[in-house]
Design a protein around this ligand. Structure first.
Ligand code: C2E
Ligand code: CA
Ligand code: CA
Ligand code: CA
Length: 278
């Protein structure tokens, strides 16, 4: 039995080794895809609902496999965050966005470009140097960069996060709290992190006008943002009724399918060039 057991273990070990060599290891697979340029940024326009003009975009990653298949972030971001692969991935998206949007952004200084960061990015100040290095030498200016930190993940060390955010702001970068209303932070993230922008989650926008409780939450978030001197962006806006409800409440910036889905770089650049005078 002992010999059979040992033999079984040996077989299992050989299978794992072989899988690694063939590249079934998900992290090695993602690293190879990164080297091949398979992770690309899509850009969702953010619109000023008073004027209809584009104020910027949010970068949303897509994995474009060699066969053309598009993989949405939901199926690999979790693994990327757990493994640390999210760090090189995020830097690659920043470099690609800076290169792709740089020429149109250079002549339109009020446009912003938002990037999604994860909790781990706000625990190590290397991100400050990386962002400075990427955008200082690019046509996209540091003052056009918006970094989003999601309320969905717990921030293990609030003081470190607060200091990193302050260092980024000192370089002219703006910081947004993403998915507000859904996460761990509650009011404490809004009060303690000192962010510039509040992104109100789709969950509350969906219910605008329909459910009284969600409407009350949106109203109090907007009120809080005004008191804290923060800009508000409404996420996941899908209907004109929602746009109207936001307008009545004085919310100016919105993002969602009612305006545009996330677009490939060439389409977003075309839209900007057509709509926004340089
Ligand atoms: P998020 O940051 O909340 O991004 C908004 C998501 O809502 C995007 O999904 C977007 O395509 C989708 N969306 C936008 N407008 C509408 C709408 O009107 N209706 C509906 N139903 N959906 C809308 P996506 O691109 O699948 O991204 C999902 C999540 O993956 C993002 O949520 C973000 O948390 C994460 N993610 C995406 N790209 C990155 C990245 O580069 N880094 C990190 N760390 N996370 C990322
Ligand atoms: Ca986001
Ligand atoms: Ca440093
Ligand atoms: Ca969000």
């Amino acid at each position: 039995i002992a010999i059979a057991g040992a033999f079984g273990l040996l077989i299992a070990w050989l299978i794992v080794l072989n899988a690694r060599r063939r590249g079934d290891d998900p992290i090695a697979g993602m690293q190879r895809a990164l080297d091949r340029g398979e992770f690309i940024p899509y850009y969702q326009p953010i619109v000023d609902i008073d004027t209809g003009r584009i104020c910027g975009c949010e970068v949303l990653v897509r994995w474009r496999k060699a066969d053309g298949q598009m993989i949405p972030p939901g199926s690999f971001i979790g693994e990327a965050e757990r493994s640390g692969f999210i760090f090189p991935l995020t830097l690659s998206l920043m470099r690609q966005a800076a290169a792709e949007l740089g020429p149109s952004y250079a002549t339109r200084p009020s446009l912003k470009c938002g990037f999604n960061l994860c909790a781990a990015h706000f625990q190590d100040d290397k991100i400050v140097d990386d962002v400075q290095e990427i955008f200082q030498r690019s046509q996209m200016h540091l003052s056009q960069v918006l970094l989003e930190v999601t309320e969905r993940d717990a921030l293990p060390d609030m003081d470190t996060a607060r200091n990193i955010i302050a260092s980024l702001q000192a370089m002219g970068v703006r910081v947004a709290l993403d998915d507000v209303g859904t996460g761990h932070g509650g009011m404490s993230y809004l009060l303690k992190l000192g962010v510039d922008v509040m992104k109100i989650d789709k969950l509350f926008i969906d219910a605008l006008g329909a459910e009284r409780q969600s409407t009350a939450i949106v109203d109090s978030l907007i009120d809080l943002a005004a008191h804290l001197n923060m800009d508000v962006v409404a996420e996941g806006v899908e209907t004109f009724a929602q746009v109207e409800a936001l307008r009545r409440r004085g919310v100016r910036q919105a993002q969602g399918y009612v305006f545009s889905p996330p677009l490939p770089g060439s389409s977003f650049v075309q839209l900007v060039e057509a709509m926004e005078p340089a």
